[in-house]
Design a protein around this ligand. Sequence first.
Ligand code: PLP
Length: 389
Amino acid sequence: EIQPAERMQELPTQFFATLVRKANEQITAGHDVINLGQGNPDQPTPPHIVKTLQEAAENPLYHRYPPFNGFMFLKQAIAQRYKEDYGVDLNPETEVAILFGGKTGLVEISQCLLNPGDVCLVPDPGYPDYWSGVALSGARMAFMPLRESNAFLPDYSALSADDLNKAKLMFINYPNNPTGAAAPASFYQDTIRFAEKHGIVVASDFAYGALGFDGQKPVSFLQQPGAKEVGVEFYTLSKTYNMAGWRVGFALGNPEVVRLINLIQDHYYCSLFGGIQAAAAAALTGPQDCVTSLLAMYQGRRDALYSALDQIGWKAQRSQGSFFTWLPVPKGYTSASLADLLLEEAKIVVAPGIGFGENGEGYVRLGLLTPEERLREAVNRIAKLNLFS
Ligand code: PLP
């Protein structure tokens, strides 16, 4: 009998896997399921990016092992994009690590920085992949509650002295998954002061950096003075360019953290397939109108969904960014019982808030990854359940 290592028992189960399984059961049973659960972009990758990959596949340069840590042209491309979009200077040699999607870096940073007994500060509710690296490194999580009354920002003054003494790493994520909240520059400035004071490395997850609603461009952690001294920002092409399946992301900023992430990646993967790197560079340096139209599409979907929800009496604060909406569950339900009801009775998949942490209880997350008419159809189905009468 095969005995897994003890650390494997620490890994949390992937609750999205359960969600997808339940949805598939309904689809297999022949139901017309509207999937608002998983955050999987529904649009194709822009054609000029796909074409670059097709051409790159013919280029023998990319058939050999890529350089360790990836091609310099891609590091230069992300540095150029940050300069144009945020006015941030990044040294492509020392301040950029290329990742297999943001996800790998979010797990690796914990392995790079945490020892058993250390503490990692994690937002609750939050993206569950932060938990995995902490579990693998044998460290402990201290949750930072994100409450609606505090605009879904953490309250650093509420952390215990013991957690603060032991904390070595913290995750922040705005625009936020799952709450859809955005953070002002002052929040990042407070975070940098807090991290300096307590000797904590900041991991700013900027996966939804391109997706700010109502004309509000999201603020980057790296735009704030002192950011590079205390941490890194994780960026990904998955959402911005509809490239979730291509698996390209970056860790940007503090050179020592970038060095450690590159080092651990040398051992795992060498680097991404070169053709993918060429296509990623084309995304970053090519025309950006695809990003503008993507944002307009999500804004249209967000507005359509909330106005339909308003009409059936499901009141919620508008999300400010990301492609998620975070809705309070009606009286008499938990997030899980509501999610089950919506799947069974309305054939709609939503993500129960409890899947993102204890403080996610009381909410469900609905994604904007389906066309407007399907969102309206979902609300029509919900209306029939009379949840608000
Ligand atoms: N961070 C957040 C908050 C996310 O929601 C996601 C994807 O869903 C990621 C990071 C990772 O994205 P990827 O690994 O595709 O770059």
